[in-house]
Design a protein around this ligand. Sequence first.
Ligand code: SF4
Length: 392
Amino acid sequence: MKKIGIYIHIPFCVKKCDYCDFLSFQNTTASLKDRYMKALGGELDAYAAGSISAGGERIDIREYEADTVFFGGGTPSLIAPELLCRMMDHIRKCFQLSPDAEISLEANPGTLSLENLIQYRQAGFNRVSLGIQSFDDRMLHILGRIHTAADADVAFGQAREAGFSNINIDLMFGIPGQTMECWMDSLSHALALNPEHISFYSLKFEEGTPFHDMLEKGILREVDDSLDRSMYHKAVETMQGSGPAGYTPPYIHYEISNASRPGFDCRHNMKYWSMGEYLGLGLGAHSYMNRERFSNLCDIEAYISAESGRIAWRYRNTTDDEVSEFIFTGLRKIDGISLKDYMERFGEPIQKRFALEISELAARGLVEIDSGSLRLTLQGIDISNTVLARFV
Ligand code: SF4
């Protein structure tokens, strides 16, 4: 049976963080959330009734088994647990779920309680991803987060108490004013909690965000690029256990911005980096099935009121698109791209198309071919966008 990942987008937050450009809204009413969840249910029913077409073909969703479900946002934990639990029941009715499916919930530490977490666990959620970002209250304030470091500690403890044995902590570095010491304190704090997974992202000043405006007006300053890179390298070194703290067993750095205990890589996100199929439901959610990418409407009222036809655009990948995306996403994985997988997928060795690019990048120490894989070196990761652009 073919495997698929299901993504559910919850576009609500208590308050927009000043750096965030995700599709989410603050200060929304209970009635809007209720109507949105009903519309999500309608979208699920439509897919269950067989109204999916992708890649120019009708697709029967009963031929798929969902081995991952990911509630992301936004802040899914802002939705009343009863509604989320009902949504999980609904998903079970519409899709065949693998018995060991990874079912993740993104949560903001400022929106959790032990009671809610117990309900999520009972509804089948088995992975929780905590958007903590920093354990320094000053940094949290700069980011415009609604929680404190103490709230994050409490949320983590409650998640454990509720029975979550797979917890991710999201951290951010390169925050204006952040020093190396401050960053390493946050990372050490996170490691001391012993989560199964850590995501660590460099702050980006995305256009259209208050942070971007403040940067333009000179109110905020980006951290120096060399400090940003040192923060990244130090984090990788520390999590792999070769740093001074020497944590055992070490985390496995498996994707540019992600590390996990062995066996705890995020299976849902690995689909994105391995060109696996996934179906996105909800506002602006993206899907990739049968070599076609499609995406939902981004206007919430239009999404809610649509009887059907919530898809805003579709694009059937050409073979060139498939090749570029396979490399572009695959090189994000630290193990890189298996040359054998590439050969099986595209019927020719990767060198046939990219001999020049690979040899030039390898000569500059940015990529390497080793043990049957093409991968970025640490130096290549530092300028990954430039390297990846060579394969588009
Ligand atoms: S909680 Fe997450 S999704 Fe919501 S505004 Fe902040 S960063 Fe964006």
